[in-house]
Design a protein around this ligand. Structure first.
Ligand SMILES: Cc1ncc(COP(=O)(O)O)c(C=O)c1O
Length: 394
């Protein structure tokens, strides 16, 4: 019998890497671990207004099925009002699309902009899922580098060179995961000048670690080109399990109209956001304050704590982060990233993400989640830095 033929777009490496195997073994053996990769807010000791959240989900209106391709109007109104209250004055409900996740928003926007074989430009280093999201649409990801010189910049010359005849859009992550770098006004102007649509992932935008007047609030503000600005409950309210994200479409009116018509067709084909969550959205947005505050306090505190741990003589360097939930640490190249991650796990029970998960241009970086509960963060960072010192002085 002939075997079924599968698509190339769904092909992937299914053998776990050495780090994943070592981690599974350590967990199975019940070893105490200092996990510096915790990024699930529901498992990080973050407070939630449980009564308000659960109460919001029990609206009787959710018993009615009233399909709407872009999402329930009252929910889109709530999103637009929230965006207006947070520095996006032009946000209008008629230009908001609801999806079950930001991942799904990427998939809808890529479907609207690209045919299989087209490509989009994407930052590097960045969010590892971008490669899968593009591949599953049959779209190629062409990297454009971010460079670090004490702060991160888009390498605009390299980005211009990366553009090809089938390039359909530029992806931005604002602030980027894991570098924490926000897009600056001059960068946005230069990107807009290329005339390509911008797809701006702004899930971490409300978690600044520093202030900077050069920063844009959202790529949707004063958009000169067609722009899709995406965010959602995952990070904004620390509720990834509720599955709701939103995309604001901005830019020249005709382009926005055409984009919304296509998104409407795609949305109508899937109708993937559930009624209970759409009815709950206004109350969920209103109830998020303690959670958002606690996450912001946690990531800010942990970033300051790691800075305080490092002194001028430390062989490890903390890269400047402007926002988001991650810290990038450069370690001496005496070991590769994989060797560092394996060594830290084996000798110290410290779990980190090696930089190559995010496609850093060189070695050796490790990425730490600032969402890690404070005691575990402090103990894990102390062990990590001590191991680096011992390895270097060996
Ligand atoms: C840059 C970025 N975008 C999107 C997401 C996920 O968002 P969602 O849960 O809405 O798909 C993440 C999750 O870590 C992320 O890091």
């Amino acid at each position: 019998m002939s075997r079924p033929r599968f698509s190339e777009r769904s092909a992937h490496e299914s053998t776990p890497n050495a780090l994943a195997l070592a981690l599974a073994e350590a967990r199975a053996a019940g070893r105490p671990l200092y996990d510096l990769t915790v990024s699930n807010p529901t498992r990080a000791g973050i407070p939630y207004d449980a009564d308000a959240i659960l109460g919001a989900l029990s609206s009787a209106a959710a018993l009615d099925y009233a399909p709407d391709a872009l999402g329930l109007h009252t929910a889109r109104e709530a999103v637009a009002a929230d965006l207006r209250a947070h520095g996006v004055p032009g946000a209008d409900a008629s230009r908001v699309l609801l999806t079950a996740s930001t991942s799904e928003a990427y998939s809808f926007v890529l479907k609207a902009l690209c045919d299989p074989g087209d490509d989009v430009l994407a930052p590097e280093p960045s969010y590892p899922l971008l490669a899968h999201l593009a591949a599953l649409e049959g779209v190629r990801l062409t990297p454009y580098p971010l460079r670090y010189d004490g702060e991160w910049h888009v390498d605009l010359d390299a980005l211009r060179r990366a553009r090809g005849p089938r390039t359909r859009a530029i992806l931005l992550v604002h602030p980027n995961n894991p570098t924490g770098s926000y897009l600056k006004r001059d960068e946005l102007r230069a990107l807009s000048a290329l005339g390509l649509p911008l797809v701006s992932d702004e899930v971490f935008a409300r978690y600044p670690l520093t202030d900077d007047p050069r920063r844009v609030v959202s790529a949707a503000n004063d958009a000169e080109v067609l722009t899709f600005a995406m965010s959602g409950l995952s990070k904004l309210a620390g509720l990834p399990q509720l599955k709701l994200a939103f995309t604001l479409v901005a830019g020249p009116d005709d382009d926005v109209r055409c984009a919304l018509a296509r998104l409407e067709l795609i949305g109508d084909t899937f109708l993937s956001v559930s009624a209970p969550i759409m009815h709950a959205l206004p109350a969920l947005l209103a109830a998020r304050a303690p959670t958002e505050r606690a996450i912001h306090a946690r990531v800010t505190r942990n970033f300051q704590a790691i800075r305080a741990h490092l002194d001028a003589r430390s062989p490890a360097t903390l890269l400047a982060a402007e926002g988001g939930w991650y810290a990038c640490l450069r370690l001496p190249r005496v070991l590769s990233e994989d060797e560092w991650a394996l060594r830290l796990l084996a000798d110290d029970g410290v779990v980190v993400q090696p930089g190559y998960f995010f496609d850093f241009a060189d070695e050796a970086y490790v990425v730490l989640s600032l969402l890690t509960p404070e005691p575990s963060f402090d103990a894990g960072v102390a062990r990590l830095l001590e191991r680096v010192r011992v390895v270097v002085e060996r």
